[in-house]
Design a protein around this ligand. Structure first.
Ligand SMILES: Nc1nc2c(ncn2[C@@H]2O[C@H](COP(=O)(O)OP(=O)(O)O[C@H]3O[C@H](CO)[C@@H](O)[C@H](O)[C@@H]3O)[C@@H](O)[C@H]2O)c(=O)[nH]1
Ligand SMILES: [Mg+2]
Length: 204
């Protein structure tokens, strides 16, 4: 990733940087001057957590009107009080690869699906107050014959991922009850519902 935090702009003047942790991801404390809207400069410190960029994808089977999701244990959600594993769309870190290529590989690894038709929607910040991550969102279709592998994730990386196929309406209902509360998953399910409603109404 280019080092934009070292760059002086009309808004931002870097002052000092300290790496607080450099292990799984990099936690950095930045000191910088920020130009306020009245033209004055203010010295600030902020921390960034850099775990690279990521991609996520929602696959829909139009014939059965169901979606392909995964369920896995997430420690940060458990720390927050989540009782069990989280239901999510397949997703993964890019590790330097192109987003579409990495996403196809993640779909194989996590959900055992070989995807043919997939469209890039947009790139969104996951949590821009803290995390540098930009996440590429994809949507696509699949059929039962595309479920060619076992999925499950990489055991030697500690992954134990369950594949779920749910009717779209049931998945949308699970957002209302709180059974699905991973933000990227909610966003993609609602995006799909909106797309299908617009296409049924003949709206482009
Ligand atoms: N050793 C170690 N491994 C970690 C750590 N954090 C995560 N891992 C492991 O690293 C792997 C990363 O798997 P990916 O599939 O590449 O990423 P992801 O965790 O699914 O990330 C996606 O989903 C997250 C949850 O919604 C998102 O936060 C993230 O942005 C991304 O979309 C997983 O095996 C995970 O357990 C850590 O601190 N240390
Ligand atoms: Mg993953």
């Amino acid at each position: 990733m280019p080092d934009h935090a070292a760059r002086e702009t009309a808004l931002f003047r870097p002052h000092a940087r300290q790496v607080l942790a450099d292990d799984w991801a990099v936690l950095t404390k930045h000191s910088f001057d920020l130009r306020r809207r009245d033209g004055s400069w203010q010295r600030l410190t902020r921390e960034t957590y850099d775990r690279g960029n990521a991609a996520c994808a929602l696959l829909h089977d139009p014939a059965r009107d169901c979606v392909l999701l995964v369920r896995q244990f997430r420690l940060p959600a458990f720390v927050q009080g989540e009782a069990g594993p989280l239901i999510e769309v397949p997703a993964g870190r890019l590790e330097g690869a192109a987003a579409a290529d990495r996403m196809r590989a993640e779909l194989e690894e996590e959900a055992g699906v070989t995807v043919t038709a997939m469209t890039h929607l947009f790139d969104l910040y996951s949590s821009p107050g803290t995390v540098t991550e930009l996440q590429s969102y994809f949507i696509g279709t699949y059929a039962p014959g595309d479920l060619t592998g076992p999925g499950g994730g990489l055991q030697d990386e500690g992954e134990d991922i369950e594949r779920l196929e749910l009717p779209l309406d049931e998945a949308l209902g699970m957002i209302e009850t709180g059974a699905i509360r991973d933000a990227k998953t909610v966003l993609l399910l609602q995006h799909l519902a909106l797309r299908l409603a617009r296409s049924a109404a003949g709206t482009p």
